[in-house]
Design a protein around this ligand. Structure first.
Ligand SMILES: Cc1cc2nc3c(=O)[nH]c(=O)nc-3n(C[C@H](O)[C@H](O)[C@H](O)COP(=O)(O)OP(=O)(O)OC[C@H]3O[C@@H](n4cnc5c(N)ncnc54)[C@H](O)[C@@H]3O)c2cc1C
Length: 282
């Protein structure tokens, strides 16, 4: 199928991009940002979305890059999955990215685009959520760019819904570093390699037993559970995680299967992360 008609904008600087988004963002079908296009183009072609304007940010200067900063890693809006994976800038991000789709998709898809897209089965929202990261968004207001940081806990508002408002552009994402001596893991089950997961769990375990997981595919947004109280009884922690999830039935799996699966994966992820933390301390 072909996409519905839209007006295409290709700004070359941030101010023009934000001004354009402000002009087309509010009212009617509004505008959409085009980043890697790996989710948006199929949705346009299937006519699941019909924006009147597409604002292609691929030529906007200054939106790329992956920067290690004190306390974490900042990923620019145009940094592709493959670039972030190759950079090895954050161990949990690197592990998660290996599970995202196929190399061809990772060459174009962006980390920030994946966060804004907010698919409940996607890996990167869970990574941002378990680390307590944030997304920086910008809009054009009173003749200048205005930014705000949205913490992960407030960013994912529903399936395929984020707190980014019409007229706003997500300019970067912030992934806090692991605490010294902490370990991490990301495990998932999908029907075929590269498919979206039926369920997945990422875990971070600190040297003093602080332990958090974020679950994928078992709720409308990433399900974050602090299981520090159960450490190091990871079987009990996994039971607690299972209790927190409310998956739905769909054509791929029943809710009961997904709930069982998320418990199995939580225990596996916590054991792997704890082992890594132990090895670091050794
Ligand atoms: C076959 C296939 C398999 C896939 N498998 C997986 C998988 O296993 N796991 C996974 O996580 N993903 C998977 N994906 C999705 C892929 O990771 C996408 O790249 C990602 O979801 C969106 O990133 P993008 O840069 O392509 O965004 P786009 O497709 O360009 O945009 C997606 C949405 O986000 C908005 N958006 C993007 N960037 C910004 C921004 N900077 N500011 C404001 N809004 C923005 C767009 O307007 C649009 O609504 C798969 C895709 C395909 C085609």
């Amino acid at each position: 199928m072909k996409p519905p008609p839209f007006t295409y904008h290709a700004p070359r600087d941030l101010a023009t991009a934000l001004r354009t988004l402000q002009e087309v963002g509010a009212g009617g079908a509004g505008g959409k940002v085009l980043a890697g296009g790996q989710s948006l183009i199929p949705m346009l072609n299937m006519r699941l979305v019909a924006p009147a304007h597409l604002v292609d940010i691929n030529r906007v200067a200054g939106l790329g890059g992956i920067g290690r900063e004190p306390g974490g890693v900042r990923v620019g809006a145009l940094a592709r999955h493959a670039e972030a994976e190759r950079s090895g800038a954050h161990p949990l991000l690197t592990r998660a990215l290996k599970l995202v789709a196929h190399p061809v998709i990772r060459n174009r898809g962006t980390v920030v685009g994946s966060l804004v897209h907010a698919d409940p089965a996607a890996e990167l929202p869970a990574v941002l959520a378990v680390l307590g990261g944030s997304v920086r968004v910008a809009r054009w207001q009173d003749g200048a760019a205005v930014e705000r940081d949205i913490p992960a806990a407030a960013f994912f508002t529903g399936p395929m819904e984020s707190a980014v408002l019409p007229g706003e552009l997500a300019v970067s994402a912030w992934f806090p570093s692991l605490a010294p001596g902490a370990g991490c893991a990301f495990v998932e089950v999908s029907r075929r390699h590269g498919d979206y997961a039926l369920a997945g769990v990422c875990a971070v375990v600190g040297p003093a037993g602080a332990a958090r997981v974020a679950c994928v595919g078992v709720g409308p947004v990433p399900v974050v559970v602090d299981v520090s109280a159960h450490a190091p009884d990871w079987a009990a922690a996994a039971r607690a995680v299972r209790e927190e999830t409310e998956p739905d039935d769909d054509i791929h799996a029943t809710a009961a299967y997904r709930r069982h699966l998320v418990g199995v994966l939580a225990e596996r992820a916590l054991r792997e992360a704890a082992q890594e933390a132990e090895n670091r301390g050794a």
